[in-house]
Structure formats: structure tokens, C-alpha cells
Design a binder for this molecule. Structure first.
Ligand code: ADP
Length: 167
């Protein structure tokens, strides 16, 4: 039986921390569905389409990765793909409380869906999409922290004035 896991997130934009978790997941599962959250309540720098396109480009040569957009309840998305496992990354202690709440709520909604947590490489333990955007907005380099495609798109946003330069 093929083992599939779902890796949900906002990915605004995807960072090497996310990529690290995906590559670890590929060691455990036959395939991974990257579920890109379309959340109208959360303001994003990149549109859903832009976030998906970047991920597609990064994993273009990886047939075991599928990219899907989702909104609404994660457990319903997982069920509709006949999955049972959700992968999440755990960085510093600060992630723990929110992740525990999410995992237990999802278990309440569907006891058959399990959440699996993985720690990224220490290099990415303090990395978030938000800090990446902040550094680029101030003219700093995020080389090595995000895939090259993402770095290019961030610079494009900066040039377009969509990532304002702070003083
Ligand atoms: P963020 O919290 O940066 O906005 P997402 O909502 O896209 O990220 O997160 C999706 C999942 O990836 C979450 O489980 C989150 O904890 C995890 N994640 C985000 N950044 C990293 C990282 N640098 N290392 C490991 N996991 C991460």
C-alpha cells in the first residue's frame, strides 16, 4: 500500500526550512501532498497562484511530490485524498503550543488522522517566512535560507515596491 502524507502550510513564501521537512518526509513516505492554504483572512505577500508556482518549480523533478490548494478543514482535505498522516515542522519552543492545539483539535475532529512532527536541520530552526520577508524588505540577503527561485521572486516584489524598505 502506498504511504502518502499531507504537508499543509501557508508557504508565503516557501523557505529552506519547509524544504528540509519535505525532504525528511520523503524518506518516510512514498509521496507527499504539499497542501497550500488559501486563507482569505491571512494577508499574503504572494498570491496563492504565486506560492504554488514557486513550489512547483522547486520540485519540478520530484515525481513523489504533489501540490494542491486547500481551504477549510484540514482533516476533510486529508480524508478526501484518502490520507491519514499530516506532517508538520517543529522549530523552537514557540511553535509547540500552537502545534499542540492544532494537532489535538484535528484529532478531536477525526481520530484517524495522525500528526507527525519533525525537527528541521539546526540551520533552519529559527527561520520563518516572516523573518525572510523582513530581511529582504530591509535590503538584506537571504541566500541559502530560501531556494534561489524564491530569492528572485522576493527581489522582484521589492523592486515593485510590494515589500517596503524599512528604515
Ligand atoms: P510559517 O509558520 O513560517 O508561516 P507555514 O504556515 O507555511 O509557516 O508552516 C507550515 C509548516 O512548516 C508548519 O508546521 C511550520 O511549523 C513548519 N515550518 C515553517 N518554517 C519551518 C522551518 N524553518 N523549519 C521547520 N519547519 C518549519
Amino acid at each position: 500500500m502506498e504511504r502518502t502524507a499531507v504537508y499543509p502550510g501557508f508557504f508565503d513564501p516557501i523557505t529552506n526550512g519547509h524544504v528540509d521537512i519535505i525532504l525528511r518526509g520523503l524518506k518516510l513516505f512514498d509521496s507527499i501532498i504539499i497542501a497550500v492554504l488559501k486563507n482569505p483572512k491571512k494577508e499574503a505577500l504572494f498570491s496563492t497562484k504565486e506560492r504554488v508556482t514557486m513550489i512547483e518549480e522547486i520540485f519540478a523533478d520530484q515525481p513523489r511530490i504533489e501540490i494542491q490548494v486547500f481551504g477549510g478543514l484540514l482533516v476533510e482535505f486529508v480524508r478526501s485524498h484518502k490520507g491519514r498522516i499530516v506532517i508538520r515542522g517543529l522549530r523552537a519552543v514557540s511553535d509547540f503550543e500552537y502545534e499542540l492545539q492544532m494537532a489535538l483539535m484535528n484529532r478531536q475532529l477525526d481520530p484517524d488522522v495522525e500528526t507527525l512532527y519533525m525537527m528541521p536541520s539546526v540551520h533552519y530552526s529559527f527561520l520563518s517566512s516572516n523573518i525572510v520577508k523582513e530581511v529582504v524588505s530591509m535590503g538584506g540577503s537571504v541566500a541559502g535560507l530560501v531556494p534561489e527561485i524564491v530569492e528572485d521572486r522576493l527581489k522582484e516584489k521589492l523592486r515593485q515596491g510590494k515589500l517596503s524598505i524599512s528604515q
